[in-house]
Design a protein around this ligand. Structure first.
Ligand code: FAD
Length: 473
């Protein structure tokens, strides 16, 4: 038997069900990664994330080589070309089984269905495994067997099931005993036809990623709940880029956490529990896109929010994108995103609320901008975060909750440390005025915009607009 392991968003050899199954069931194993630049453009995949993938593939290739498995990297235009390309590779190497871990987004699902159908017509099996979540989508359900629409009851049920049988990460498979031509084990650098942005600040080798996870668990998890909201503080794990491309799995995360704190699930006020809670958010959003495929197809979760009359303003959208809104915490966050591909969770919430409520610009404009810049861009979590902020999503988030960007700044960056790091124009503004520099008596000398909206008035406008939309539904 010959197997092809098709890697996608699971660029790891540990805790990889598809790889393990192929190694257990097949005498010969070849690995494949399909790069699809046109599809990436369509999905707004950021150049920095593509670079992270590229670098991680080089690590993966070495890891697979140690297992005596060659990795073939094919560059195709988009998903349409995949079924034929996979079939051709399978036929070239006389393989009869393709193994993959499922991706839950709509287009990815369609791609897999078409590939499976074509392979089956040629007597090749296609097996896809649920391995991107700790508990698979569709397995955490209400008493009536329905998917959850709200996070808190989902988490309760998720934890009940998790406690009954905590899923453990799968071990790295043993090397495959096979004789393949040396030429298959290429050492050519991986490169793609895609705009470039270096991700070199994010190490991708196995040890560095695991070390980051361990260090977080040992040193930061206990205080996570107290430090996680302050962007100037290094209080979160910064593991999302690895989770997004599958260099790390959520099971690995939880298993590392519970190795240090075996009883943390019984301590809901602890930092460790709080971190686990975030991993469950990740699960929740994945379960949602499976239960409601419309989410990956540009639809709001709450149908009535389609009646919201979003504003169209290139000038305001551009001010938000470029970090020129006159609200220092928003601008600092947006400039950091543009320059580095990273944004802290608290700032994602503040900037998303600002765009959708203060500017009343459609959440999809923000969703796309984030996707095209974030190193950890991920449809389920990004869409979930945006719909949460815009009050179009699942949660009981009332539409009249609008973040005040000034008080958020005062609360979470009290001395303006984060602001001064990214908005250089404000470096000499005294602490007292750092969140409202236009009020500083010497503000005239600042090369920094005045606020582009009046928050109080904008807040009322947004609430009225949402109220009207709801009444219309
Ligand atoms: P930690 O605080 O250390 O949390 C651990 C892990 O839990 C994260 O790595 C992540 O995988 C998961 N997680 C944490 N918070 C959330 C959350 N709110 N929703 C879902 N999963 C979460 N996350 C992404 O991975 N990709 C995105 O594209 C993305 N876009 C977002 C857009 C908006 C508007 C908002 C509000 C949130 C978004 N998030 C996204 C969620 C969250 O901001 C990031 O996961 C988090 O900031 C990553 O930092 P960390 O790894 O240090 O997280």
């Amino acid at each position: 038997l010959g197997g092809l392991v098709w890697f996608r968003a699971d660029l790891r050899v540990v805790d990889n069900k598809a790889l393990r199954e192929a190694c257990q069931r097949c005498e010969r194993v070849i690995a494949l990664y399909t790069a699809t630049p046109m599809q990436w453009h369509e999905h707004q995949t950021s150049p920095i994330q593509v670079d992270l993938i590229r670098r991680r593939l080089e690590v993966l290739r070495q890891q697979l080589k140690a297992l005596n498995i060659p990795l073939v990297v094919l560059e195709l235009a988009d998903f349409h070309q995949i079924p034929e390309a996979v079939l051709a590779l399978v036929q070239q190497h006389q393989l009869n089984h393709v193994f993959a871990n499922k991706q839950y987004e709509w287009n990815e699902g369609q791609r897999d269905d078409l590939t499976a159908r074509l392979l089956n017509r040629h007597q090749v099996c296609f097996s896809a495994f649920d391995h991107d979540c700790v508990i698979a989508p569709g397995e955490v359900l209400t008493r009536n067997g329905d998917p959850f629409k709200v996070f808190t009851p989902f988490r309760r049920q998720w934890l009940t099931q998790y406690r009954q049988q905590p899923p453990q990460p799968e071990a790295r498979p043993a090397p495959v005993v096979q004789n393949l031509p040396d030429a298959l084990f290429s050492d050519q650098p991986v490169s793609f036809t895609y705009p470039e942005k270096s991700s070199v600040d994010w190490p991708v080798d196995e040890e560095a990623v695991i070390q980051r996870l361990r260090t977080f668990c040992l040193e930061k998890a206990p205080d996570y709940h107290q430090r996680r909201d302050f962007p100037a503080v290094d209080g979160t794990s910064c593991l999302s880029p690895y989770l997004a491309i599958g260099a790390l799995s959520p099971r690995q995360c939880l298993s590392a956490l519970f190795a240090e704190y075996p009883f943390c699930l019984d301590e809901p006020d602890s930092g460790e529990f709080s971190w686990c809670n975030e991993i469950i958010w990740r699960e929740f959003y994945r379960h949602l896109i499976v239960a409601w495929p419309k989410i990956s197809r540009d639809q709001p979760f709450q149908p009535w929010t389609r009646h919201v009359r979003w504003q169209e303003s290139e000038a305001l959208l551009s001010a938000w994108q470029q970090g020129e809104t006159g609200f220092p915490i928003v601008d600092a966050a947006m400039r950091q995103l543009r320059e580095t591909g990273w944004m802290h969770n608290r700032l994602r919430m503040i900037t998303a609320s600002f765009l959708t409520k203060d500017l009343l610009i459609h959440w999809q404009a923000g969703e796309q901008w984030f996707m095209s810049h974030l190193i950890d861009g991920d449809l389920a979590s990004n869409n979930g975060g945006w719909q949460w902020a815009a009050s179009t999503g699942t949660d009981a988030q009332p539409y009249f909750r609008v973040f005040n960007p000034t008080t958020q700044g005062e609360r979470f960056d009290p001395k303006g440390e984060f602001i001064r790091k990214w908005v250089h124009e404000l470096k000499d503004v005294p602490d007292k005025y750092i969140h409202e520099p236009h009020r500083w008596p010497q503000a005239n000398g600042l090369n920094y915009p005045k606020p582009i909206v009046d928050h109080k008035a904008a807040r009322l406008r947004a609430i009225e607009e949402f109220k009207a939309a709801k009444a219309q539904a």
